[in-house]
Design a protein around this ligand. Structure first.
Ligand code: HEC
Length: 98
């Protein structure tokens, strides 16, 4: 039955092409900040439920969080590259706000 053959071939092609074209872009610090940080620190880093970002953001602060004060640690949540990107973004907000 030719129809079955065509259907099988389509499945085969679909399997071959799945996974292609997903080359990972560099992490988007702004998007990560919006998703992960802005609920507490505000979209502009000026504070909300959490404090305004005043000091220099560092990878260590974000990785370890400030657990006693209520900031979660992100080392299990974000990759190192994502942490780099979001810290750079937070520091850019910082400079704009000062
Ligand atoms: C659940 C709320 C919450 C989330 C989510 C959160 N934070 Fe925080 N963050 C806090 C709190 C509360 C503090 C204050 C700690 C203190 O008083 O020392 C803080 C402190 C900080 C500081 C130190 C501020 C300073 O001026 O010393 C930085 C930098 C920071 N957060 C960055 C981030 C980044 C980047 C993200 C997202 C990856 C994030 N935070 C997500 C609540 C949060």
């Amino acid at each position: 039955m030719p129809v079955v053959r065509v259907a099988r071939m389509l499945v085969f092609v679909a399997v071959l092409t799945a996974g292609c074209g997903g080359a990972s872009d560099p992490p988007d610090g702004a998007a990560i900040f919006r998703d992960r940080c802005s609920a507490c620190h505000g979209a502009e880093g000026l504070g909300g439920m959490g404090p305004a970002l005043r000091g220099q953001a560092t990878d260590d602060i974000v990785k370890q969080g400030r657990l006693p004060q209520g900031m979660p640690a992100f080392d299990e949540i974000l990759s190192d590259a994502e942490i780099d990107a979001v810290v750079e973004y937070a520091n850019r907000l910082n400079r704009l706000g000062s």
